[in-house]
Design a protein around this ligand. Structure first.
Ligand code: DOR
Ligand code: ZN
Length: 432
């Protein structure tokens, strides 16, 4: 592997074509007509350089379900998707609710060396929603956890949620809530609406999400702490967030690529086949076209701060079964940029903001989220916006195959990804 790279004629976040010289882990120079003896030359003609993407919400499944994903396979999928950092959700087995488990995940991430893996700690012991986990010990560990989440489960008890928000204030932490009032979603199988009625499936009403977000922004305001809302999925949630932000509440929110593109109609039959295809089962569920429109507008406006994948790999037996028994979740890392490009168009500055700069800030990853500029870590990705690709599940680096985009043609291709000056992806292929 070369120790310096000269990228010729690349557009940095949509700007005029220029050259980038990468040396000793940093961007050494930016400007037209650069020369560098001994540097490996990368043809950047037609490519856009973005700050390395940062995912606030990734399920890596290790420890516990290494058949579905490992830290290494998930890291490779992330790098191929243009990511340089991912925040690993805590719902592993054992749960990441101790310093020992978050340190293990952090170490596995370092060993894989393809992206920075930042563990998220559980809020409650075993995600059981009864007792606070050892948040302080996880914060003080070598994993330096700052974000905590029971994702997959809601921290439903308002007193526990309050205490968690208070606790993390001491070290500038944030609670990332999976907003789902469990009493309103008992037995729920899909979004509650016309389609669920037609299909005879128990509905997951929008209000189950909106009620928790409304409660939690008030709690965050009351205790003066930071709240992050995972996978925002409804127009009503956007209205609550807009109101909270106008009041100055320290709340941020993410939306997934699938909630920006897909609707509940797919459960009644999609391109992949007939009705009840579990590839479309996800939590929160796919919503209506009106929700999708509201989420897109909120993302453009900034009421929703970030795109996060909720990459949720599942083994074949957990997905290719009867709808009611299938696990919720979809792959996301290797398709996110393409979906967002499809939804927002080539709005490079907005894409850099929502997929890199802002998520890096929310997660406290100071080394990430910087446009390539002299002296900055060479941590960026090169996108070919003119390329189109048909999503082929067997070609994905993830150990799982549960992509809802199979067969779909999407714009954009990741050509290369650099992490601190080292390529993790070159010519569209993982370097290892
Ligand atoms: O669809 C989902 N899958 N939603 C979650 O909240 C959890 C995730 C998973 O872990 O599979
Ligand atoms: Zn979740």
């Amino acid at each position: 592997m070369s120790d310096s790279y000269l990228i010729k004629g690349v557009s940095v976040v949509g700007g005029k074509p220029t050259d980038l010289l990468v040396r000793d882990g940093v961007v050494a120079e930016v400007g037209p007509g650069l020369r560098a003896a001994g540097a490996a030359v990368v043809d950047g003609d037609g490519l856009v350089a973005l700050p390395g993407l940062v995912d606030l919400h990734t399920h890596l499944r290790e420890p516990g379900r290494e058949d579905a994903e490992t830290v290494e396979s998930g890291s490779r999928a992330a790098a191929l998707g243009g990511y340089t950092a991912v925040c690993a959700m805590a719902n592993t087995s054992p749960v990441a609710d101790t310093a020992g488990v978050v340190e293990q995940v952090w170490r596995l991430g370092r060993e894989a060396g393809l992206v920075d893996v930042q563990p998220i700690g559980a809020v409650t012991v075993g995600l059981a929603g009864e007792h606070l986990a050892e948040l302080g010990a996880m914060a003080d560990s070598t994993a330096t956890v700052r974000m905590f989440s029971d994702d997959g489960h809601c921290v439903a008890d308002p007193r526990l949620m309050r205490r968690a928000l208070e606790y993390v204030k001491a070290f500038g932490g944030v609670i990332a809530q999976h907003a789902e009032e469990p009493r309103l979603t008992e037995g729920a199988q899909m979004h509650e609406g016309e389609v669920s009625t037609r299909l005879g499936l128990t509905g997951w009403p929008a209000v189950a999400e909106e009620a928790i977000i409304a409660r939690d922004v008030l709690l965050a305001e009351h205790v003066g702490s930071r709240l992050h809302v995972c996978h925002t999925s409804t127009a009503g949630s956007v209205a609550v967030l807009r109101h909270a932000k106008a009041r100055g509440v320290a709340v941020t929110a993410e939306v997934t690529p699938h909630h920006l593109l897909l609707t509940d109609e797919l459960v009644g039959g999609g391109p992949a086949g007939g009705p009840y295809d579990p590839v479309y089962k996800v939590n929160p569920p796919l919503r209506t076209a009106a929700d999708v429109a509201a989420l897109r507008a909120a993302l453009a406006e900034g009421v929703i701060d970030a795109v996060a994948t909720d990459h949720a790999p599942h083994a074949v037996e957990d997905k290719e079964c009867e709808w009611a028994y299938a696990r919720p979740g979809m792959l996301g890392l290797e398709t996110a940029l393409s979906v967002v490009l499809d939804v927002l168009g080539p709005e490079w500055d907005l894409i850099a903001e929502r997929m890199s700069r802002t998520p890096a800030r929310i997660a406290g990853l100071a080394e990430h989220g910087h446009d390539p500029a002299p002296g900055r870590p060479a941590t960026f990705t090169l996108v070919d916006p003119a390329a189109r690709r048909r999503v082929e599940p067997s070609e994905l680096a993830s150990r799982s195959r549960n992509t809802p985009y199979a067969g779909l043609e999407l714009p954009g291709r990741i050509v290369a990804t650099f992490l601190r000056g080292e390529p993790t992806v070159l010519d569209g292929k993982a370097v290892r």
